[in-house]
Design a protein around this ligand. Structure first.
Ligand code: CTP
Length: 413
């Protein structure tokens, strides 16, 4: 496979775990697929497999140290920036096995060796194939690190469950090399399919002031919108993310516009809409706001309190009115009549697609890390996207953009 005349370039980072031996097979498959593979081994990895094995399979110099071990000044000068060069020259950072220690270092931005330092300079997609003992995998620290990395748009393949080298049975076994290679191929193939698109996304809740210290808001975490932004940016789109207040890290390569209220979100969206070729309204925008927010903090009294609310503008509907030839995608969070409600919103708000999900206590929807949705369009049966990490669901939603554009063109003719 050739891209722009040159093969895709993959950094194969190898962590120090017993599964490191399987990285040899993975390297072989990647080379067979025509990729250029740059192995990078941690010190611990070399306890399990030798650099000679990897260099023989990949025909590349295996990087094992942050600084050149040779003593001459030129070698030291060139090696001082090698982690930057490697980061800039490659299309994908694949880490297999990704140990608990590597996940922790990546999550917290530590840069103690070549792999972790280069990782900070790398701006492309990162695919992690974790492998470790079941208890280490299940540890709250490992799971929290993984959640953080997923939020930032990192891709994760595996681990599988089964017999582990340590004698335990459970989750933690490295995914099969073929499965890891397939995940890498999917990322490399999809990498630039959204190049040329400018995608404007709203995410998170809004906060509507009652007084200077109190707000009306909702439980939206922003995770779905951030996952869409991260995935779109990785696939080459220019992404503008208009976000309400959330506790999430900004995804790499995404332009952030931070807002609080529905009014601010609407103004930010309308300001940036002319440059957008795709709009995705994921935000849980407040439908009402206090009609007369108090200038000073309201004092408690013994009597009941009523707050008069007035409607906010519907941002998605407004974008639908100004649609032009852009693709407009809305979300519908429902507790019942999912398809009927999604279809109604599709038409009422002039959308090309509505992503519908049932909300309510099963770990999907607003606050969870996973989602399960139906993609509702005008001219096709609803497509079910089964329960998966929000990053996976995000990729499936964005996969529909080329088809929606074709359908919109056909309708316009
Ligand atoms: N939306 C918006 N601006 C609003 C309200 C909603 O842009 N003021 C967008 C959301 O981002 C989402 C879609 O509209 O893409 C659906 O939001 P939802 O709250 O489910 O729908 P509503 O139109 O508020 O309908 P209802 O309250 O009748 O369910």
């Amino acid at each position: 496979m050739l891209r722009n005349g040159s093969p895709p370039r993959v950094i194969l980072g190898i962590g120090g775990g017993i599964a490191a031996y399987k990285s040899a097979e993975l390297a072989r498959i990647l080379i067979q697929r025509g990729y250029k593979v740059q192995p990078v081994m941690t010190a611990a990895a070399m306890q399990f497999i030798t650099p000679l094995t990897l260099s023989t399979l990949t025909h590349a110099k295996v990087i094992t140290h942050l600084f050149s071990e040779r003593g001459d000044a030129n070698a030291i000068l060139s090696s001082a920036v090698e982690h930057i060069d490697v980061a800039l020259e490659n299309d994908l950072l694949l880490v297999a096995p990704a140990t608990a220690n590597l996940l922790a270092q990546f999550a917290h931005g530590l840069a103690g060796d070549f792999l972790t330092t280069m990782h900070l300079a790398f701006t492309g997609p990162v695919l992690l194939a974790p492998a470790m003992n079941t208890n280490m995998w299940n540890h709250a620290a490992t799971q929290a690190n993984l959640r953080l990395l997923r939020e930032r748009g990192y891709h994760v393949v595996g681990p599988d469950a089964g017999d582990l080298a340590c004698g335990m049975v459970g989750a933690g076994r490295l995914a099969e090399p073929l499965e890891i290679a397939d995940a890498a191929t999917a990322l490399l193939d999809g990498q630039n399919d959204l190049a040329g698109e400018t995608i404007l996304i709203t995410a998170g809740p809004t906060q509507e002031a009652i007084d200077p210290v109190r707000v009306i808001t909702n439980r939206s975490s922003g995770k779905m919108g951030y996952a869409l932004a991260a995935n779109a940016a990785q696939r080459g789109a220019k992404v503008i993310l208009v976000s309400g207040p959330v506790a999430l890290a900004a995804p790499a390569q995404v332009e952030m516009v931070r807002v609080e209220s529905a009014e601010q979100m609407k103004n930010a969206v309308l300001h940036r809409l002319p440059e957008a070729s795709v709009f995705i309204g994921v935000a849980a925008v407040a439908d009402y706001r206090p009609a007369n927010p108090a200038d000073q903090k309201m004092k408690k009294t013994a009597s009941r309190l009523s707050i008069e609310l007035e409607p906010t503008a519907d941002i998605l509907a407004e974008v639908g009115r100004l649609k032009g030839d852009r693709i407009v995608i809305g979300f519908a969070a429902e507790t019942q009549n999912l398809i009927a409600e999604a279809s109604r919103k599709l038409n009422a708000k002039n959308c090309d697609m509505v992503v519908a999900n049932l909300v309510g206590g099963n770990g999907t929807g607003f606050e969870g890390d996973e989602n399960e949705v139906l993609l509702v369009t005008r001219d096709a049966e609803p497509q079910a996207v089964s329960r998966a990490a929000k990053s996976v669901v995000a990729a499936k939603i964005l996969d529909r953009i080329p088809g929606l554009r074709l359908a919109a063109h056909a309708e316009a003719r």
